[in-house]
Design a protein around this ligand. Structure first.
Ligand code: PMP
Length: 288
């Protein structure tokens, strides 16, 4: 496998980052997860825009133009003959000393990995996931905005491990007010009486690219949808629930905290959205 690293496509074994890189030492960096479907990099421009927003938020001055980053993404896919898969785009603060100071890191690093991914076993895409609410709370936006896709994912990893301890593959994370924020790498949606609801960024949700696509699809399908505060109770008593994310794509949830959601099978609105999503991902993006 070829990996793009600082301007070059190198063999996987040679794709190495220094132990003094602050991305590793302090989680000081940003990333994007991007999908490619049948040679179409889904919503690449939106990902590159969010990448730039994340960089700005952490005062990381990227010395690469949007076009250069876009080329790095596409070239990595081409070099690996990847037409369907997952792309990880990462910018780190770069090499510095052992202190925190980002000002002592003169040169950020950029790398791109393009590979296959399957976030959850296939059977759950058909039958749905049983998930749990975990004790670890989503980061307070005043501490570190969940809108920034930073390399600081320990919070989400703790939640993922807690889910596993309860025998579940995914976790609902609440914000510090006890409202539903999102899952460890996915946005969450419920359907109640024909209407779709999802938490807002203020409630701790990342503004997911897949989430945006669901808003577009709902509008196209004539399904009412809005951002709304959600409690665990709202999910327990929803007619349907599903998650979205670049890695996860669109996956139904049929149980939360031992409570069956709706009739315990993937619902009709989920199925309608999923079908429209499968069509959209082949059309909306950048062709290799
Ligand atoms: N929330 C979190 C915490 C994420 O890391 C992600 C991305 N994997 C998402 C939501 C979904 O966002 P997107 O649809 O842009 O992948």
């Amino acid at each position: 496998m070829k990996v793009f690293l600082d301007g070059q496509l190198v063999d996987q074994a040679d794709a190495k980052i220094s132990v003094f890189d602050h991305g590793l030492l302090y989680g000081d960096g940003i990333f994007e997860g991007i999908r490619i479907y049948d040679g179409n990099v889904f919503r690449l421009e939106e990902h590159l825009e969010r990448f730039e927003y994340s960089a700005k938020a952490i005062l990381l001055k990227m010395p690469w133009s949007r076009q250069e980053i876009s080329d790095a993404v596409c070239d990595t896919c081409r070099a690996n003959g990847l037409k369907d898969g997952y792309i990880r785009l990462v910018a780190t603060r770069g090499v510095g000393d052992l202190g925190l100071s980002p000002w002592l890191c003169p040169k950020p690093s950029l790398f791109v990995i393009a590979d296959k991914i399957k976030l959850y076993p296939q059977e759950h895409y058909e039958k749905g996931l049983a998930i749990v609410t975990v004790p670890t709370r989503r980061m307070n936006p005043a501490a570190l905005s969940p809108a920034i896709k930073s390399l600081n994912y320990l919070n989400n990893i703790m939640a993922k491990m807690e889910a596993q301890q309860f025998g579940a593959l995914e976790a609902i994370m609440l914000n510090d007010q006890g409202l539903v924020a999102e899952c460890t790498g996915d946005n969450v949606f419920v359907v109640h009486k024909g209407k779709i609801f999802t938490p807002s960024a203020q409630q701790g949700a990342l503004k997911g690219i897949t989430r945006d696509a669901i808003f577009d699809l709902a509008a196209k399908l004539g399904l009412p949808m809005e951002e709304h505060e959600l409690t665990r109770y709202d999910i327990w008593n929803a007619d349907e629930c599903f998650l979205t994310g670049t890695g996860a794509e669109v996956i139904p949830v049929v149980k939360l905290d031992g409570r069956e959601i709706g009739n315990g099978t993937p619902g009709p609105i989920f199925k309608q959205v999923l079908e429209a999503f499968h069509q959209l991902v082949r059309e909306d993006g950048t062709k290799l």
